[in-house]
Design a protein around this ligand. Structure first.
Ligand code: SF4
Ligand code: SF4
Length: 258
């Protein structure tokens, strides 16, 4: 069907989510950036955000919306600078909405949000703890499920259309969730520069959506219709991926000559 009709979902060309950090002050169940499952204080350089703005302006890109998130974006050591860089873009493209998506958890985070300049929208989920019953089972990889044995993963899901394409520490992706998956795989295989609109990024969807629990639903399921989920179920592919990540992340013991 996909070969005949094309993919069900297309990555966005006018909205982008930038994961500026994987640091977070919470450890939520089913975090779809693997902040709980593979925690690290990895930040996107402010210079990379500046490069994104330069690339966008050079390409005449008029973003409808830029969302700044993570992790908890206010914990980025250069959060204020990054917001300033994006406001510089907005000075050139006044119609662009800039949103900071925060968990709103704790006095420090709330203080950073309160300092944001006018014109920055805040999406505050107001999380109070680590258990997020409304989250989906991100770590149930469809590739581990016989139901999806004939699935074509280039179809992705509504997130890459509705939330936007993604920029993370590994480059540009069809969505920011995919960027987070590639972080844990240690691949950094996103596009190194802003892709042209003709680039569907189907190869990235094909490689990464097979691991993503969101692929199972496709469309966003309204919160009131979701079964509450209190733990983080994990299929074999993810167990192996996190084990490999933890092995790579373990500090290497020092040899006698070091
Ligand atoms: S607040 Fe967001 S980024 Fe942090 S652990 Fe929870 S879901 Fe993940
Ligand atoms: S299935 Fe996952 S990785 Fe693929 S587009 Fe949806 S959210 Fe992104």
């Amino acid at each position: 069907m996909t070969a005949l009709l094309g993919p069900q979902y297309e990555r966005s060309r006018d909205a982008i989510e930038i994961d500026i950090t994987y640091a977070c002050n919470l450890r939520c169940t089913n975090c779809n950036r693997s902040v709980t499952q593979a925690p690290e204080k990895a930040h996107l350089d402010a210079g990379r955000v500046r490069q994104f703005v330069d690339e966008s302006l050079a390409a005449g890109k008029r973003w409808r919306r830029i969302r700044v998130l993570g992790g908890e974006p206010t914990l980025h050591p250069h959060f204020t600078e990054i917001v300033g860089i994006l406001l510089g873009y907005r000075a050139q493209v006044p119609s662009c909405r800039i949103q900071v998506v925060s968990n709103g958890h704790g006095a420090h985070v709330r203080a950073r949000l309160a300092q944001l300049p006018a014109g920055i929208e805040i999406e505050n989920s107001g999380k109070r703890g680590n258990v997020q019953p409304s989250f989906g089972a991100f770590n149930l990889a469809p590739v581990d499920d016989p139901v999806f044995r004939h699935a074509d993963y280039v179809n992705g899901c509504s997130i890459m259309t509705d939330c936007g394409m993604g920029l993370g520490i590994g480059g540009y992706y069809p969505c920011a969730v995919a960027a987070g998956i590639d972080r844990v795989l240690g691949e950094a295989g996103g596009r190194p520069a802003l892709p042209p609109d003709q680039d569907s990024m189907a190869d990235l969807a094909s490689r990464l959506c097979r691991l993503c629990g969101h692929f199972r639903d496709g469309h966003d399921v309204p919160e009131r219709l979701r079964e509450p989920l209190l733990d983080t179920p994990m299929s074999p592919a993810w167990v192996q991926i996190y084990e490999a990540w933890h092995r790579r992340s373990k500090p290497r013991p020092k040899g006698p000559a070091e």
